[in-house]
Design a binder for this molecule. Structure first.
Ligand SMILES: Cc1ncc(COP(=O)(O)O)c(C=O)c1O
Length: 400
């Protein structure tokens, strides 16, 4: 089983079978290696493993068989060479910055990224003399114009959070490479089931495994997938030293999450599409953001770039924060929580939660209005989801 070439198998099979190197116990289900360290046959072997001259486990901050299995499986599914797991999605983003950037470097980042990602670039990398310029995700000219001789990488999420805009990965990869920069894609909203950034020229893929990869809202984790060279030179040394490691238990949960990812993603997408169409018919709703809708500005691009349109829908209510909070508070089944990618439908008000720590100016530039509500469509019966929101919609007073 260990030496099978899982590369030749389809994503659904890789998700279930790859990464498990069966032990001498002949177990069928992948075990959790709850051990912080490993035993060496003698002092010489210990020395050889520490210097990397001999392969093998050393210490679970950077080598653990359960975590390795998760890394191997996700790398295959993304079509990347190598994956490293982290304690959270933010730790994965932190690792990319710490591994690749130095004082005086420059980054171009989409304005439409997760709020903490903006803060990471602005406040933390900024503190050490790395300058970040934020641009509109879909303004290709702005991306190219922002690149300077010291730009190291372009960073984006597509679809974006929370406005579900779609970037042209292939075009941005071409622009990045023309200027000797890397393209980094946070593929958290799509997962490899819906979108394969490496096949379109991306150099690094980031994941918050906390979302669809887990799929049931249990664990926090993240991953960086890239070429052997990038991982070996820039990311692995940081993980080994920095220690933002994924725990074996979390890796085990994420491994089983990957097993059902394909079937879950398709179900999330079907329900989200139906919900988006239904929301369009609500008199209280001013605008629905969902790339499956023909009126979405990047509908054709989404059709080309993704296999399905995704499980997240956001919409603007007529009115502002009060109307959005009324709608959220009058739901009875849907969970009021900022997490997404769960089998349970979740609802959030981005302006006061996920993007609440951004200044009003930065939020306005990112197009996040006070009346915006984001829904991560779960796997409950779609009629029950609609029913819960219909009750919420009737609570919205401002329908003019
Ligand atoms: C697109 C995206 N990337 C990264 C993150 C950060 O992941 P984590 O919460 O696992 O640190 C999030 C979290 O919401 C996210 O939505």
């Amino acid at each position: 089983m260990a030496d099978k070439n899982w590369k030749n198998y389809s994503l659904e099979t890789q998700a279930i079978r790859a990464g498990h190197n069966r032990t001498a116990e002949d177990e069928h289900s992948l075990p959790i290696f709850a051990t912080s360290s490993y035993v060496f046959k003698n002092a010489e072997e210990a020395a050889l493993r520490f210097t990397g001259q001999k392969a093998g486990n050393i210490y679970s901050r950077f080598t653990n068989p359960t975590v390795n299995a998760f890394q191997e499986r996700l790398a295959l599914m993304e079509g990347g060479e190598r994956c490293l797991a982290f304690s959270s999605g933010m730790a994965a983003i932190m690792a990319v910055g710490m591994g690749l950037l130095k004082t005086g470097d420059h980054v171009v980042c989409s304005r439409g990224v997760f709020g903490n990602t903006v803060l990471m670039f602005q406040n933390y990398f900024g503190k050490f003399g790395v300058e970040t310029e934020f641009v509109d995700l879909i303004d290709v000219k702005a991306w190219e114009a922002a690149i300077k001789p010291n730009t190291r990488f372009l960073f984006l999420e597509t679809p974006s959070n929370p406005l579900i805009e779609i970037a042209d990965i292939e075009l941005l990869a071409t622009i990045a490479h023309k200027h000797d920069c890397l393209l980094i894609v946070d593929n958290c909203f799509c997962t490899p089931v819906l979108q394969k950034p490496f096949s379109m020229g991306a150099d690094i893929v980031i994941h918050s495994a906390t979302k669809y990869i887990d799929g049931q809202g249990r664990c926090v984790g993240g991953a960086v997938i890239a070429s052997n060279e990038i991982i070996e030179k820039s990311i692995y040394p940081y993980l080994r030293t920095g220690g933002a490691t994924m725990s074996p238990f979390n890796a085990w949960v994420f491994l089983s999450g990957l097993e059902t990812l394909s079937i879950r993603m398709k179900a999330h997408c079907d329900s989200a599409f139906e919900l988006a169409r239904w929301l369009e018919t609500r008199p209280q709703v001013a605008k629905v953001h969902y790339p499956g809708l023909p009126l979405h500005p990047q509908h054709e691009l989404a059709k080309r770039q993704q296999t399905h349109f995704g499980g997240i829908v956001s919409f603007e209510l007529k009115g502002g924060k009060e109307e959005a909070w009324n709608l959220i508070d009058s739901t009875e089944m849907i969970s009021i929580t900022a997490n997404l990618g769960d089998v349970k439908t979740t609802i959030t008000h981005p302006a006061t939660t996920t993007h609440g720590r951004l200044s009003p100016e930065v939020r306005a530039l990112a197009g996040i209005k006070d009346g915006l509500v984001r829904i991560s469509v779960g796997l409950e019966a779609i009629d029950d989801i609609k029913h819960d929101l219909a009750r919420g919609c009737s609570e919205v007073r401002n329908v003019n």
